[in-house]
Ligand binder design. Structure first.
Ligand code: NAI
Length: 338
């Protein structure tokens, strides 16, 4: 089957080429991000593969459908960038990679915690300048601190396990309790209790109607003064303007973000010679206690291999038996939005 691979980057091509090696699929790599302007590039191509920065809103899906596309193969677990109801209406099958390496994102989240806490980023720059002073680098023991994990699915569970290894007390909030987390001694508590008791709050829930701006001004005010907030889930789970206000007040102690509400215009591109127009994002970058990475939580060799393999398997299954050929757990439908 011919597959138009939007937003393809040089670093993922070797993984996709290896995954399709034993198939008859033809991959057409496109640098372009999927949008109403670029949907035309997939005319007469039955399968389109997209990543998190692509736009699969209703008009784009309609344009793809008119061009003959019948499968949207996401190279991601998250599907908040897809108008799932419109895809269903048009009869476009949407397949995702529900699990690849939860460890990749979990370890990145904990890496952000350790960097913010022990200020490795500042220490690295300082030592290279032959400045060996410790002023400003004071951290805290993770051991004995309380961490609040919001969302204890695959990634949240892996985060809980690492934090338990550090000797943290771990509180969790999730509408569905994960028995593996309970077995580790994680305490499920109401959100308000989690906010009030946690030294670190880390987000691992999907972006849905219920979680959009979950971390708003009221939630931030309910957190402990000096709290560390980590977001490796999706940008819009956090109200960035409210976060900036809480940082300016000094209420939030440090922030690690791998995702940002408006990241679609920024991330995965080299903009080092450009004037960034997003003033909210630029303000975030000015805080010494804010660390931003550009959606790289997933970016390990193991995760990239698994993403490529599952994406190609989803296309192969669709080629054999249509939607029924895609494992049910990989199919994205409006049922997942409830
Ligand atoms: P998962 O589906 O295994 O777990 C999500 C958990 O969130 C589930 O247990 C669910 O019950 C819970 N949840 C749903 N609504 C909630 C709410 N209102 N409050 C609290 N918990 C809620 O998903 P997984 O694999 O653990 O991924 C989590 C998220 O991480 C993804 O949705 C995606 O947004 C993000 N992600 C980020 C990546 C990155 O590179 N930074 C890569 C992969 C995923």
């Amino acid at each position: 089957m011919k597959i138009a691979v939007y937003s393809s980057k040089p670093y993922e091509k070797p993984f996709l080429d290896a995954a399709k090696a034993d198939t008859a699929h033809e991959l057409v790599y496109l640098d372009a991000r999927l949008s109403t302007m670029t949907a035309e590039l997939a005319r007469a191509v039955p399968a389109v593969s997209i990543f998190v920065g692509d736009d699969a809103s209703a008009p784009v899906l309609r344009a793809l459908h008119a061009g003959g596309t019948r499968l949207l193969a996401l190279r991601s677990a998250g599907f908040n960038h897809v108008d799932v109801a419109e895809a269903e209406r048009l009869g476009i099958t949407v397949a995702r990679v529900p699990a690849y390496s939860p460890y990749a994102v979990a370890e990145h989240a904990v890496g952000l915690m350790l960097t913010l806490n022990r200020k490795f980023h500042r220490a690295y720059a300082r030592v290279r300048e032959q400045n060996f002073a410790l002023d400003g680098l004071l951290g805290f023991d993770m051991h004995g601190k309380t961490a609040g994990v919001i969302g204890t699915g695959k990634i949240g569970e892996a985060v809980c396990a690492i934090l338990r290894g550090f000797g943290c007390r771990v509180l969790a909030f999730d509408p569905l309790k994960n028995p593996a987390c309970e077995a580790m001694g994680i305490e499920y508590v109401p959100l308000g209790d989690l906010y009030a008791a946690s030294d670190i709050v880390t987000l691992h829930c999907p972006l849905t109607h219920a979680t959009k701006h979950l971390i708003n001004a009221a939630a931030l005010a309910a957190m402990k003064p000096g709290v560390m907030l980590i977001n490796t889930s999706r940008g819009a789970v956090v109200d960035t303007r409210a976060l900036i206000a809480a940082l300016k007040r000094g209420h939030v102690g440090s922030v690690g973000l791998d995702v940002y509400e408006e990241e679609g215009d920024l991330f995965f591109k080299d903009l080092s010679a450009e004037v960034i127009q997003d003033d909210v994002f630029v303000r975030l970058l000015t805080f010494p206690n804010v660390l931003v990475t550009a959606h790289q939580g997933f970016f390990t060799r193991e995760a990239c291999e698994a993403i490529a393999r599952t994406t190609i398997d989803n296309v192969s299954g669709f080629g054999r038996a249509g939607a029924a050929g895609v494992p049910e757990s990989h199919r994205v439908s409006t049922r997942l939005l409830k």
